[in-house]
Design a protein around this ligand. Structure first.
Ligand SMILES: [Mg+2]
Length: 412
């Protein structure tokens, strides 16, 4: 089998409401680039990457020059061809490599007639559990609903997701408001769902002293972990010395160099593996093996996904023995998907691991057309800007918090 064409298509899929985070906002939609890798036998493998739009499309088109004629089964060769670590000093293509690896695994699986999880060592579970991913949200300007700003609104958002999808662990994406206010919100979640597990992620915007103060204040709750309270391994290490809650990261351990540093002088307890940030599903499986050896916790991170990326997370979650927590996914905030059959269903807080050959998902061409058109209409959005706070950017550590009494609705 040989690669004959790499075709990117950028799509925009609407979210239920704009999602706020420490650095800005998802402006009511996700922008994702779908990558189709066609082989000389007519098979098409699927990949997906976040954001980028026209820039991402140009990069993927340029990869034709590197990979036309390449055997998709030779994924290690592909890694050195497009993402050699020293060449990457000039042009980092880790995320591009990830999307192309997904597509190559999809192609090889289809060719061999086996699901991707079988190529990766075989599944240990049929379903992967997920957490509610609760966000502070602006109201959806089209319908005037969906706002989450107060403790009651966040609890309501979780209750709705829990009733609908069966989640029993809940993550709050935080770092938007002053930590004292967010502590109140987090305690309200713990109180509303006393038997469930909870986790908190302020996206590394606190000072170490603030992280220690907050971490100590939540010690009695049913925490999975406190995720990225501060930026940098040293701040995490200082926090960990004084807080008896496991610390997690998707920020400061995202490659093997950093993983080694964390093993030699531990700063983080739980490594959140992201199939995009690490450069593919196989890199995450290898990293999970290192974590197994050194008894570090592992979970699956979400950097925003449509069905193709979600499939990579499911295959990863299926094959790693040390998956000790429910996975994260933004997926339940989406209004639709570009794969056949629409959004994959949750049942009892989990999603079935696909067993069809390859990644096990196919594109719904009509939806790809519709959402590519929506992307052309709306264009990209600045993920690191807040639509209602023009010119604002957080400093690290942050002291420029949003106002919890501000109930304006952005016009997007
Ligand atoms: Mg995070």
């Amino acid at each position: 089998m040989k690669i004959v064409d790499i075709r990117p298509t950028t799509v925009t899929v609407p979210l239920i409401a704009p999602l706020r985070h420490a650095n800005g906002c998802h402006w009511g939609r996700f922008v994702r680039t779908i990558v189709e890798v066609e082989a000389d036998n007519g098979l098409i493998g699927l990949g997906e990457m976040g954001g980028g739009g026209e820039t991402a499309e140009a990069v993927f088109r340029a990869m034709n020059g590197y990979l036309r004629g390449h055997d998709p089964a030779r994924m290690e060769e592909m890694r050195f061809r497009i993402a050699n670590p020293t060449a990457s000093l000039y042009n980092n293509r880790t995320q591009v490599l990830a999307a192309l690896e997904f597509a190559c695994l999809d192609l090889v699986g289809q060719q061999w007639g086996v699901p991707v999880h079988a190529i990766l060592g075989g599944k240990l579970r049929d379903r992967v559990g997920f957490a509610t991913y609760a966000f502070f949200r602006y109201a959806n300007p089209r319908i005037g609903r969906g706002e989450a700003r107060t403790p009651e609104q966040i609890v309501e958002q979780i209750r709705e997701a829990r009733d609908r999808h069966g989640f029993t662990s809940h993550k709050l994406k935080a770092g938007v408001f002053h930590p004292d206010y967010e502590l109140e919100v987090y305690r309200a979640i713990a109180q509303a769902f006393p038997g469930d597990r909870i986790r908190f992620d302020p996206n590394a915007v606190w000072s170490t002293e603030q992280a220690i103060r907050f971490g100590q204040a939540i010690e009695g709750l049913r925490n999975d972990y406190l995720e990225d309270p501060v930026y940098g391994l040293h701040g995490m290490r200082r926090t960990r010395e004084k807080v008896r809650v496991p610390l997690a990261t998707n920020t400061v351990v995202v490659n093997f160099e950093q993983l080694a540093a964390n093993v030699l002088d531990t700063a983080v307890d739980v490594i959140l593996l992201d199939t995009t940030f690490w450069g593919g599903i196989r890199a995450c499986v290898k990293a999970a093996g290192v974590c197994e050896t050194f008894q570090l916790g592992v979970a699956v991170h979400s950097s925003g996904e449509l069905g193709i990326q979600l499939a990579t997370m499911l295959h990863l979650g299926a094959v790693i023995p040390n998956l000790s927590f429910d996975a994260d996914a933004h997926y339940h905030h989406l209004t639709d998907d570009v794969i056949e059959g629409g959004l994959m269903p949750y049942e009892g807080g989990s999603i079935r691991v696909p067993d069809a050959p390859g990644l096990g998902v196919k594109l719904d061409r009509e939806k790809v057309r519709r959402y590519a058109e929506l992307y052309r209409e709306l264009g990209g959005y600045p993920y690191d800007q807040d639509p209602l706070r023009p010119g604002w950017a957080p400093v690290l550590p942050n002291d420029r918090w949003a106002d919890p009494n501000d109930d304006r609705v952005p016009q997007l």
